[in-house]
Design a protein around this ligand. Structure first.
Ligand SMILES: Cc1cc2nc3c(=O)[nH]c(=O)nc-3n(C[C@H](O)[C@H](O)[C@H](O)COP(=O)(O)OP(=O)(O)OC[C@H]3O[C@@H](n4cnc5c(N)ncnc54)[C@H](O)[C@@H]3O)c2cc1C
Length: 378
């Protein structure tokens, strides 16, 4: 298999590694503030997931989002407490098919910023400075082939999600607050049944907490959150262990049993899947000190990752991406006009402090349990 490196002659103002919500928001804000800037987005999201959705619906948005009518949570007591979306001044939320939603964002960025933003499907491999510190040299690998390429830019934005792939190579470290894991599985009802419960259901348990919400295309996700040190985290990795734990719950178990749900059988994916879900932040989250030289910033989960209980990850990734994209665009026009590092650190520290305070408050309400999972969070 050939693995030759092709030196690209392409220079960009900004290379964004990661085309999720944070990367797309950064690119859109950059383009809006400075339409002349040249931007390259590198993303390795799995294209086969998107193909599936295109086959299911003519109108892609139908299969990407469904309404969220409210929350039902058994948190402070074992009884369900309801909040209704119609009481919310912002209206109803959405249950999203994330993979498709992200692909729509990428397509939108490509279509509204033609000529300014290039999207390349590839895997980020490494980053170096040119000898004179004038540009980054970013190496990537094709997804289908092993073909390698190198691109150059003044700025790099790390929007690669929790892996912080770029920043870690540049020497930053991830500071973890906890070791929360999420174990999740997609469920399907019998063929003739349509699930019309559009609420998010949340249920606290002795060693963690559960949630379930409907997904587009008549599916439902169930997720269990616990620490990697908790004994249940070993059982939750396997189908039978996950189902046994699920049936120790009251409300989630009833929902799955009464709806006659089964775990979706998928030849590509074996549920349950385990993923990191803890709170963490990157230190340092940027280096923009030298207006003449190379500069980088992390956005979204790459900079700060939240506990899913907060439901703040997507909106924060978008907001921070917009703020950072606009700031970079201004710096490209007038290098060194602002102390960007202090500005970014200040914004990130405000977002983080607010998040930590709210997270502590919500976990402190789980008074009915006193196991290690709850004790360390109160
Ligand atoms: C279990 C769980 C449940 C959650 N539930 C919610 C919720 O209900 N509401 C909410 O708001 N948030 C939720 N979140 C958080 C939310 O998913 C994230 O905050 C959000 O996805 C962050 O967006 P991002 O663009 O920073 O990163 P990501 O969405 O992770 O996107 C990163 C992108 O970078 C690409 N990438 C990564 N590495 C490379 C590489 N080496 N080369 C090229 N491309 C690369 C990936 O393919 C991806 O497209 C949840 C998180 C978890 C773990």
């Amino acid at each position: 298999m050939s693995s030759s490196i092709e030196e690209s002659t392409s220079y960009f103002d900004v290379i964004i590694v990661g085309g999720g919500v944070a990367g797309c928001a950064t690119a859109l804000a950059l383009f809006r503030t400075n339409p002349g800037a040249s931007i390259l987005i590198l993303d390795d999201a799995n294209p086969s997931v998107f193909k599936l959705v295109e086959e299911l619906s003519k109108d892609r948005t139908d299969s990407v989002q469904i309404k969220c009518t409210g929350n039902a949570s058994a948190w402070t007591t074992s009884e369900l407490e309801e909040t209704y979306a119609m009481m919310n001044p912002f209206g109803m939320g959405w249950h999203l098919d994330r993979a498709s939603f992200d692909q729509i964002l990428r397509d939108t960025v490509g279509s509204v910023c033609p000529g300014s933003v290039s999207l390349v499907k590839s895997v980020f491999l490494g980053i170096d400075k040119l000898d004179d510190n004038s540009h980054w040299s970013v190496s990537v690998k094709g997804i289908a082939s092993d073909e390698k390429k190198v691109y150059h830019s003044k700025w790099v934005v790390d929007a690669s999600g929790r892996k912080s792939s770029v920043a870690r190579k540049l020497g930053s470290r991830t500071v973890k607050e906890d070791a929360l894991l999420a174990f999740y599985a997609v469920f399907v009802p019998p063929l003739t049944t349509e699930d019309r419960d559009y609420r998010t259901l949340i249920e606290a348990s002795e060693s963690g907490w559960w949630y379930s919400s409907p997904l587009p295309n008549n599916r439902r996700v169930v997720a269990y959150h616990t620490d990697d040190t908790d004994p249940t985290s070993r059982d939750a990795r396997k189908h039978d262990g996950f189902m046994n734990l699920l049936h120790t719950t009251q409300h989630i178990s009833r929902l799955i049993t009464e709806g006659e749900y089964d775990i979706l059988f998928d030849t590509d994916t074996r549920y349950p899947i385990c993923t990191a879900a803890g709170s963490s932040r990157l230190e340092p989250p940027c280096d923009t000190a030298d207006p003449e030289g190379v500069r980088w910033v992390a956005v979204g989960d790459a900079a700060m990752a939240f506990d899913p209980l907060s439901s703040q990850g997507i909106i924060t990734a978008m907001r921070v991406g917009c703020a950072v994209g606009a700031a970079i665009a201004q710096e490209i026009q007038a290098p060194g006009s602002k102390d960007l590092t202090s500005g970014i650190r200040e914004i990130y520290s405000q977002v983080w402090s607010k998040y930590v305070k709210e997270k502590r408050y919500f976990y402190s309400q789980g008074k009915r349990f006193d196991g290690e999972f709850w004790r360390v969070r109160k």
